[in-house]
Design a protein around this ligand. Structure first.
Ligand SMILES: Nc1nc2c(c(=O)[nH]1)N=C([C@H](O)[C@H](O)COP(=O)(O)OP(=O)(O)OP(=O)(O)O)CN2
Ligand SMILES: [Zn+2]
Length: 121
């Protein structure tokens, strides 16, 4: 199995309104997000690529237009947790690139969340 990954960055604010009052992450705050898009394939094209990294520029454009310097509560239908941001990006990428295997999102240098579907049995 071949696997590739490309990293994307954006800055955004959010408040986790579903957290109990007093939780430090319930109020308005921001993060420097890092998104890791992973794709995998058993085969390569004639160039020797799973996909040209440059084809993923549309994902960068989507992030820049819809997420960068935005308030995520206004952008997403679900609470803007790292888990939900990862799932949102996974579904967006999977619809365009079937080789998409996982999306990992990091809000802080010490934490990340990933959406990776369970392998078909
Ligand atoms: N499972 C999740 N837990 C938390 C999320 C999340 O998206 N998923 N988000 C937050 C906060 O939004 C934010 O990420 C703060 O995280 P935290 O680890 O508290 O960040 P700190 O840098 O302040 O951590 P310290 O351990 O205090 O250095 C919270 N939880
Ligand atoms: Zn946060």
């Amino acid at each position: 199995m071949f696997r590739i990954c490309k990293e994307f960055h954006f800055c955004a604010s959010h408040s986790l309104d579903t957290l109990p009052e007093g939780h430090k992450c319930a109020g308005l705050h921001g993060h420097n997000y890092i998104v890791y898009l992973e794709l995998e394939s058993e085969t390569l094209d004639d160039t020797g690529f799973i996909i040209d990294f440059h084809e993923l520029d549309t994902f960068k454009a989507y992030i820049d237009e819809e997420f960068d310097h935005k308030h995520l509560n206004n952008v997403m239908d679900l609470p803007p947790t790292t888990e939900n941001v990862a799932y949102h990006f996974y579904t967006w990428c999977k619809a365009r690139w079937p080789q998409t295997s996982a999306v990992r999102v990091s809000e802080t240098p010490k934490t990340w969340a990933e959406y990776r579907p369970r392998p078909a049995s």
